[in-house]
Structure formats: structure tokens, C-alpha cells
Ligand binder design. Structure first.
Ligand SMILES: Nc1ncnc2c1ncn2[C@@H]1O[C@H](COP(=O)(O)OP(=O)(O)O)[C@@H](O)[C@H]1O
Ligand SMILES: [Mg+2]
Length: 507
């Protein structure tokens, strides 16, 4: 058994890499002593559930125990007690100095790399970096626990290849349903393992398709597998969702990275609802979409996704004149927006207010067209080049079904907007849990060509949202299929922006 005084007089070090990065971070944070940054790193790494990989070397700078853990007055026994407990949980019966030094070395190394990753993700913005640290300190995120140190993706979610064992297991399962495939590529994204399969017998495509549920059953992942064709002969993608405990979080950090990448010269109204299965931001132009429907069962993540879309628009409201018209029959989803300076009118939370807001928008649209005709232009962008002052307006409705059921007049107003508001610079994002003939019919449907399908319970509901089945196989919690007006389908996962982060973004 090692005594406290041995621990305090001993030396501790970590890798040369941790040392170099640590010095940079120390400067960024404005820390006065090395121990501050090392303790921060240790805290970050110890907060993850998994054990760190061994640090690559121990060639970094040395710190004495007394400095690292502090004296009794600064509660050194707390640190030592905690590290001792970690060792005990690892199965070390007695606390040896060597084991403690190794534990510090490995966590120090992983912790510094984590801090560096957070720094990179926040683009060197000190405030955002501190926000991340504060957030991490309060609540370790789901995804982090699954990130062993060597896989920490500096700069974001990194899709990795799957190992030999995973490939072999899939091939074996495929054989049990009578399919002989060759795995050409693999990819482990934030939530999904994707296999690119080559089927030498083209008829195997059909066999595989009809055995998806069986395959899901034997793999223990239910009916959430999906199969799509690749743009190569006899090749398709088989997507196997991982269980929720193995997801990587797609959160505010990824959202901010996406919005920072928006190119306002290339797109009028870029928006990003989430990341693709490879972890890359999915970005499209709402101005060309031009109206978007989000459909999915209750709890599938519509409101979360809708908020991410709106916040992504808000991210450049300083550069592009833009205002928001929000209708929220549930009265809770847009509460953070109340009184926001970027609102076209105050958030409408009852049917009468909604009708009034829609009528105002129709009047606004018509007034704009009159001004455009005087100017001899066809759309808002051209009008603005000739001195028009009006900016773009995004109308968002959470729970379209409620709005339409409350008053059929609302539907007629929405249809009028859907038919011709695009050129006037007014775009709609409509969310609904019941995209049926009663609430999403005829003219509204044809004028909302872009869709985001979140999870639904039945294939028939998927067909109503995006004209084909598939959304019933989604995982829920923001798992989605985006269908652009051109019919292309992209699987993505929405950003889960925590409400305290949203409050900051809304400031
Ligand atoms: N992208 C996401 N990542 C993780 N969890 C999510 C995500 N989107 C939604 N969820 C979870 O699902 C719950 C319901 O989402 P919500 O948007 O309110 O669903 P809906 O509006 O479709 O009823 C959220 O409170 C959250 O726990
Ligand atoms: Mg909702």
C-alpha cells in the first residue's frame, strides 16, 4: 500500500503530444499553472465511462504529486481517493504508485485530446469552448461514453471502417437467409453501420429485400434495417442501426459546425436539419425547396428537428434579412421565440391568432407582388437589387393537423401561400404527425415537394409523407429521410440542440 506522502512526492507525466497540446490550451484558457489544465483533462477523461487506451509514451513534462493534487487544504485526498476508486473498479486490489502513475498518464493523455477536440469543434472561439466544458461538466453526453481515446475524432464525428469480426458476422447472417454477398466497403457513422454489398447474383437483391425482417431478427435489431441501391452494378447498401447506447451524440457542436459552413453566396436560405449517416452536415436551400413538410409519429423528433431548421436559418439573420412567422397550436414548442426581434409577428398559439397571421402573410405576399410588378421583376432577390426593402419570411407550423382541424379556413390560406409565396420570398416549413388526406391534401401536398420523414408506425403513413415506404424502418429520435423536390432521398439524423443551448442561440 502506498502512502499519501509517496503519492505527493512522486512525479507524474504523460505523452509528449499531451504536453504540447496542453501548453496551447493553457494559453487559450489563460491558466496560470500546468496543474489547472491537467486537472481539467483528468476530469474530462474520468467523466467518460470507458477506460482510456494507454498513452503512446511518457515523454511529456513532469509534474509533482503535490502540485497536481494540491496539499491537504486544497483537498488532495479527493483526487487521490477518486483515482484510487477508479483503480479499484479496474480490479486493482491495492493502490500501487506505478498503477496510479499509469492511470494519471492515460487519462491525462485522453483528456487533453478531448479538450483539443472540443477546442477544434468550437473553432478556437473561447466562449463556445468554455460553454462546451461547462456543459460537459454538468452532464456527460450519451455518445462520449463510447469514444475510446484512440477514436476521438478531432474535428467532429468521424465515420470509421468496421472490423473483420463485424464483417464476418454479417456475411454469416446473410448466408442463413440464402444470400452470398461480398462486402466492398464498410462505414460506422454516428448511429448506423453501413455495408456496401456486391451481389454477384442480381436476383439476390430481391431475396435480401424480402428477408430484411428475418435478418434484423437474427441480428437482434428489429425491423430497422434498410436496403438501398448504390449507383454501381449489382451493388447496394445495407444499413444496420446500432442500439441507442452506441450512438454518437449529434448535438449543438455539430450544428454550429454546419451553420459555420453555410455559403451565403451559393445558397439564398441554407438550412441544416442534421447530419448524414456518415456524420456530414446535410444542407439544402429552403429558397429552392421551396416549402417543406416534416411528418412523423408523436415523439419521432419533429419539434426538435423543426427547431434545428429554424435555428440554422437564424444563424445568419445578421447577414440576410430574414424574419420568422411561427404557429404553435401546442403553445410550448416555440416558447423560446416569444418576443424575439426576428419575428415577423408574435408567435401564434391559438386558432384565431393563426388565422390572423396567415391572412397577414397572404396580404404581405400580394403587396409584394404588386411592388414587384411596378419594378418589373419576378422575385424578391431581383426586387431587392432594385431597392425593395422587404426580406425573406419563413413560416413554420408545428402540428399542421391541429391547425387545419381547428379551422378549415387556415388550410385555404396555407394553400394560397403554398401556391405562390415562393417568388415573394415566403417559405413554409410544416410539421405534422398525421399527414393524411384530411390535413395534407391536394394543393398543399403538390406545392410542398420537399419532405422530411421521421419515424412512422406504418408503411402506409410513410407513403403519405414521402410517396414510398421506408420511414416505418427509421429508429426514431430524429432519425430521418430527407426527400428533395428532385426525388433524391438522404438518410440523416437531426441535431439534438439542448434547450439551454437553444436559449443561447436565440439571444
Ligand atoms: N435528434 C435527436 N437526438 C436524440 N433524441 C432526440 C432527437 N430528436 C428527438 N429526440 C428525442 O425524442 C423526444 C421527442 O422529440 P419531439 O421533437 O418532441 O417529437 P415530436 O415533435 O415528433 O413529437 C425528444 O424529447 C428527445 O428526447
Ligand atoms: Mg412536437
Amino acid at each position: 500500500m502506498t502512502s499519501i506522502s509517496d503519492i505527493l512526492t512522486a512525479s507524474y507525466s504523460s505523452s509528449r503530444e499531451a504536453d504540447t497540446i496542453g501548453k496551447d490550451l493553457k494559453k487559450l484558457i489563460g491558466a496560470e499553472s500546468n496543474y489547472e489544465i491537467i486537472r481539467l483533462a483528468l476530469g474530462c477523461s474520468l467523466g467518460l465511462d470507458s477506460f482510456p487506451e494507454p498513452a503512446p509514451d511518457a515523454k511529456g513534462g513532469v509534474i509533482k504529486g503535490l502540485q497536481l493534487f494540491g496539499d491537504e487544504a486544497s483537498c488532495n485526498y479527493l483526487w487521490i481517493g477518486m483515482l484510487g476508486e477508479v483503480l479499484r473498479r479496474r480490479g486493482e486490489e491495492t493502490l500501487t504508485l506505478e498503477a496510479l502513475q499509469k492511470l494519471v498518464r492515460d487519462h491525462w493523455h485522453r483528456g487533453i485530446l478531448l479538450l483539443e477536440r472540443y477546442r477544434e469543434e468550437t473553432g478556437g472561439d473561447f466562449k463556445a469552448f468554455v460553454d462546451v466544458l461547462v456543459r460537459k461538466a454538468n452532464l456527460p453526453e450519451q455518445g462520449d461514453a463510447t469514444l475510446p481515446s484512440t477514436e476521438v475524432a478531432v474535428g467532429g464525428i468521424e465515420a470509421k471502417e468496421l472490423d473483420e469480426a463485424a464483417r464476418a458476422m454479417l456475411l454469416q447472417h446473410l448466408r442463413t437467409v440464402g444470400v452470398n454477398a461480398e462486402i466492398r466497403e464498410t462505414l460506422a457513422g454516428p448511429r448506423i453501420n453501413r455495408y456496401k454489398l456486391f451481389l454477384s447474383k442480381a436476383t439476390d437483391r430481391k431475396t435480401l429485400d424480402s428477408h430484411l425482417d428475418e435478418l434484423g431478427f437474427s441480428l437482434g435489431i428489429g425491423n430497422t434495417l434498410s436496403l438501398t441501391d448504390a449507383r454501381e452494378p449489382k451493388t447496394c447498401f445495407l444499413d444496420l442501426p446500432r442500439p441507442m447506447e452506441e450512438w454518437q451524440a449529434v448535438d449543438t457542436v455539430h450544428f454550429k459546425r454546419a451553420t459555420a459552413s453555410f455559403d451565403l453566396n451559393a445558397m439564398l436560405l441554407p438550412v441544416s436539419p442534421g447530419v448524414t449517416i456518415e456524420g456530414k452536415p446535410l444542407v439544402f436551400d429552403l429558397a429552392t425547396t421551396p416549402h417543406l413538410l416534416l411528418g412523423g409519429t408523436t415523439g419521432s423528433g419533429k419539434s426538435v428537428c423543426l427547431n434545428a431548421l429554424l435555428l440554422s436559418l437564424l444563424s445568419y439573420a445578421q447577414q440576410r434579412p430574414l424574419s420568422f412567422a411561427l404557429i404553435d397550436p401546442k403553445q410550448v414548442e416555440f416558447s423560446g421565440w416569444r418576443g424575439h426581434r426576428q419575428l415577423f409577428r408574435e408567435v401564434a398559439t391559438d386558432s384565431a391568432a393563426a388565422t390572423q397571421l396567415l391572412e397577414t402573410l397572404v396580404d404581405e405576399m400580394n403587396a409584394r407582388y404588386e411592388r414587384f410588378s411596378t419594378l418589373g421583376v419576378k422575385d424578391l432577390a431581383a426586387a431587392r437589387r432594385k431597392g425593395e426593402q422587404a426580406g425573406w419570411i419563413v413560416l413554420a407550423v408545428d402540428e399542421l393537423a391541429d391547425l387545419v382541424m381547428q379551422d378549415k379556413a387556415n388550410e385555404a390560406l396555407l394553400v394560397r401561400l403554398a401556391q405562390k409565396s415562393r417568388a415573394a420570398g415566403i417559405h413554409m416549413i410544416l410539421a405534422t404527425q398525421r399527414p393524411d388526406a384530411n390535413t395534407f391534401a391536394g394543393a398543399l401536398r403538390t406545392n410542398c415537394p420537399a419532405r422530411i420523414a421521421l419515424r412512422v408506425s406504418r408503411a402506409s403513413e410513410s407513403k403519405i409523407i414521402m410517396d414510398e415506404p421506408g420511414a416505418e424502418r427509421l429508429q426514431g429520435a430524429g432519425d430521418m429521410i430527407f426527400r428533395g423536390g428532385d426525388g433524391s432521398a438522404i438518410r440523416a439524423h437531426s441535431y439534438n440542440i439542448r434547450s439551454d443551448d437553444a436559449a443561447v442561440l436565440l439571444r
